[in-house]
Design a protein around this ligand. Structure first.
Ligand SMILES: Cc1ncc(COP(=O)(O)O)c(C=O)c1O
Length: 388
């Protein structure tokens, strides 16, 4: 493994593309999730936006962005996971009861969240006719708390704990009150529900691949932003099965909370925690412990892992909002735009460019995982039309 550091990026990368492919989270799992999501009345496939002017300016073959800002009207991809997991939990209960509709009252759900996941769980619980209790780490934005209540949560509380502490708190609440924990990360003994959440995320990867296939476009690189790495791990597993092991996956995390990066760097194969109260504008990526289920996939199948500064997330947001030439604007929040911020730096810095094998024929797939989920911060950052 090699390392490159610029002022705004730290990159760990391999010298050859790994050959490992995941035995699961392929077409079958993605198909099941997509079939379910299509039954939701507000379902609409999100757009895959080509950015040809940007690609030309960076001397790349193509840049394609899966724009999750319109997902179910909730401004982020996260609802894909919570809704699919809740559907699977309720179906399992019905099977255990031996009847399609259970005579038991529906369970109430609980979760910890930086915002987007909790909003998805609140919305999905309401969709199925039950309640969600949502806890948030210290420093969470009031706008995000309000959005969770607006999505239908029974309560949304900002705690004085960091993200990992809030997850532990939600887990205790579940045990004490008989609620069902729907958490978007896994640990020893808590795997079944996170596995369903990860399967739910596959919908976005499958939609993107189908759109690219229809146009005969095969991506060479996919940059995936990561908090705990559940989305990145699922998407990496699916996309590398779909396109083959030559697809280069690079994870992107905030430098203050780069738990995948730190775990890869430790080199012992194990996931490691980054503690404290990390501060970053990339709220959705501010997580200190890798997801146990997806860590082995990202460890074995990533080509690179990057840790980036908040400045690059801002640069990505601004470029999406104020695109070049005839490129279409994309509303992308701090976590959503992290991978474009990374691409702007990676394509312009000769050492990073060479390390990643970026050339004039590279085709890069990005996922803008959220829209303006914190509208005030969004306006402050993209407002003046400048990019750097
Ligand atoms: C907008 C956004 N992007 C990316 C992520 C990262 O997902 P994961 O925690 O599965 O790595 C999150 C997580 O909350 C998010 O809200």
């Amino acid at each position: 493994m090699k390392t490159i550091e610029t002022g705004r990026v730290r990159l760990l990368f391999r010298e050859t593309v790994p050959s490992a492919l995941s035995p699961f989270w392929g077409e079958e799992a993605a198909g099941a999730a997509l079939s379910f999501h299509r039954t939701i009345p507000s379902y609409a496939e999100t757009a895959l936006v080509p950015l040809p002017s940007l690609a030309r300016s960076l001397d790349l073959g193509g840049v394609y962005v899966k724009d999750e800002s319109t997902r179910f009207g909730l401004k982020a991809f996260k609802s894909l996971g919570g809704s699919y997991a809740i559907r699977c939990i309720l179906e399992k209960r019905a099977r255990e009861d031996g009847a399609p509709t259970s005579s038991r009252p529906l369970p109430e759900f609980v979760t910890a969240t930086d915002g987007n996941h909790g909003k998805g769980v609140a919305w999905a619980a309401a969709l199925f006719g039950t309640k969600a209790h949502v806890y948030m780490p210290q420093g969470s934005a009031e706008a995000r708390r309000q959005a969770i209540l607006d999505a239908g949560a029974a309560e949304a509380v900002i705690t004085d704990l960091n993200y990992d502490g809030t997850v532990e708190f939600a887990d205790r609440q579940a045990k004490e009150r008989g609620w069902v924990l729907v958490q978007d990360t896994s640990w020893d003994g808590y795997e079944e529900i996170p596995a369903r959440i990860i399967e739910g995320y596959l919908t976005l990867a499958a939609e993107a691949a189908a759109k690219l296939d229809a146009q005969g476009i095969v991506p060479t690189h996919v940059f995936l932003q990561a908090g705990v790495g559940a989305m990145a791990g699922g998407a990496a597993a699916y996309l590398r099965q779909h396109y083959g092991p030559q697809l280069k996956v690079v994870t992107v995390e905030p430098e203050e909370a780069a738990c995948l990066f730190a775990s890869w760097q430790a080199g012992d194969g194990l996931p490691h925690t980054v503690g404290g109260h990390p501060r970053t504008i990339m709220a959705g990526l501010n997580c200190g412990t890798p997801c146990g289920l997806t860590w082995p996939i990202l460890r074995d199948q990533s080509f690179g892992m990057a840790a980036i500064s908040d400045d690059l997330a801002r640069a990505g947001m601004r470029r999406y909002a104020h695109p070049l030439g005839d490129d279409r604007p994309v509303v992308s929040g701090e976590s959503g735009a992290a991978t474009l911020g990374f691409l702007l730096e990676a394509a312009s810095d000769p050492a990073l460019r060479q390390a990643l094998g970026l050339t004039a024929s590279s085709r890069i797939l990005l996922i803008s995982t959220e829209g303006d989920t914190d509208p005030e911060m969004y306006r402050r950052i993209v407002g003046d039309g400048s990019v750097m």
